[in-house]
Design a protein around this ligand. Structure first.
Ligand code: ATP
Length: 370
């Protein structure tokens, strides 16, 4: 069984009385990747810097491999970091930048050469090793910074939004390549990003940080299908989730709500929810056009993307709904068409708090088995 390798307990930090980290606790298994996801200013960088030892937390502990390193100087923590702004030494070549993280270790020049060459090959920057940073493209700078973090084979790797400044094409490629590359190194990784696709592609688990607090930790599937609140539901998914006001009712078939004429059943037990102001969350891909059944809508706009088509429709009552379907599926000729809902994908939230209403544990099993 894999061990928890990195453990943070109740880490807190304030600057001039303003709380930036609020009792953050989380752990990452040995060799695992945790993605730290959150909006700008959520505290992601401060958290990474606290783990690395560059910032001293006001409270809480950082434990690496069973050792409390909260008071250990950064250079003795066995941590490698790569930042979003590259932070390369401008007067050094790419090679020397990468090698700089090895110079404190007692290694011969040829050993250093072997290691730098290997990591440069992995990241496809062998041909620019003699260049100064100013002669590198953003993508090459980013790979150089990553190579520097990887080459010293740290036990823990902290990557602060390393793809933020690279162009879309490289970001797409790196999103595919990075998981294997990082898994091959065997390091325990915390990876910061504001891009939900990157978060879903890279993380075994995702921790969502909001105003210095962890608001949800789970697998990508958990966060997508069971978001803790409407805010998180909206952050994950493109196009964004449809959020529609409903007041669910209960009968002998259980809790349900009506969207136009279609009954949406919520599987499981939800005591006390009937009659409450709620929001139903429907992912755009949980909706589809149908010729029989469903409920009538009007097509307002059709937007084709490469791999999907997004259609905006309105219901008879004027509610706007986004629908996403594979690009090869035809959009019916409208404007009046019928829509159906894969009701088991509906997510229920409390309207007042925005928090997801989970079925009772017993009901959960019913839901999973359905
Ligand atoms: N050294 C510092 N002194 C005072 N305030 C700071 C310091 N470092 C960070 N902050 C504040 O802490 C908050 C969180 O900053 P942080 O850089 O961790 O956010 P972030 O989630 O990494 O954002 P981004 O995604 O934009 O990098 C911000 O309000 C920032 O102004």
């Amino acid at each position: 069984m894999r061990m928890e390798f990195l453990e943070l307990t109740s880490l807190s930090k304030s600057f001039s009385g303003e709380t930036v980290l609020d009792e953050v606790s989380l752990s990452v298994q040995e060799g695992g990747t945790l993605v730290l996801f959150g909006k700008s200013g959520a505290g992601k960088t401060v958290l990474l810097r606290s783990i690395a030892g560059a910032i001293e937390p006001d409270d809480g502990t950082v434990v690496i491999d069973g050792e409390d390193v909260t008071s250990v100087p950064p250079e003795y923590r066995g941590i490698g970091m790569a930042f979003q702004n590259f932070a390369l030494f401008p007067h050094m070549t790419a090679y020397d930048n990468i090698a700089s993280s090895l110079t404190s270790k007692r290694m011969s020049a040829s050993e250093i050469r072997t290691k730098v060459d290997a990591v440069a090959k992995l990241l496809k920057i062998e041909h620019v090793l003699s260049h100064a940073p100013k002669a590198l493209s953003n993508g090459q700078k980013q790979r150089t910074a990553l190579a520097r973090a990887l080459v010293s084979e740290p036990r823990v790797l902290l990557l602060d939004d390393p793809l933020r400044n690279v162009d879309a094409k490289l970001r797409f490629e790196m999103r595919l390549e990075l998981p294997r590359l990082l898994a091959d190194r065997g390091a325990t990784i915390i990876y910061v990003t504001q891009d939900y696709k990157e978060a879903m592609a890279l993380g075994d688990r995702i921790a969502v940080l909001d105003q210095g607090k962890i608001v949800q930790i789970g697998s990508p599937d958990d966060i997508y299908r069971r978001p803790a609140n409407t805010q998180i539901a909206q952050l994950f998914g493109d196009p964004t989730i449809n959020l529609l006001d409903v007041v669910p009712k209960e009968d002998d078939r259980g809790l349900h709500a009506f969207l136009s004429d279609q009954r949406v059943d919520f599987h499981g037990k939800f005591p006390g929810v009937a009659g409450r102001d709620c929001i139903v969350g429907l992912r755009p891909e949980a909706l589809s056009f149908t010729e029989t059944g469903g409920f009538p809508v009007t097509i307002e706009a059709v937007t084709p993307f490469n791999e999907k088509t997004v259609t905006l429709v309105t219901t008879l009552r004027g509610r706007e709904i986004l629908l996403s379907q594979p690009a090869q599926d035809p959009v019916p000729t409208g404007p009046k068409v019928n829509l159906q809902i894969a009701a088991r994908d509906a997510i229920l939230f409390d309207r007042e708090t925005g928090n997801r209403i989970a079925p009772e544990p017993d009901g959960n099993r019913v839901e999973e088995a359905a």
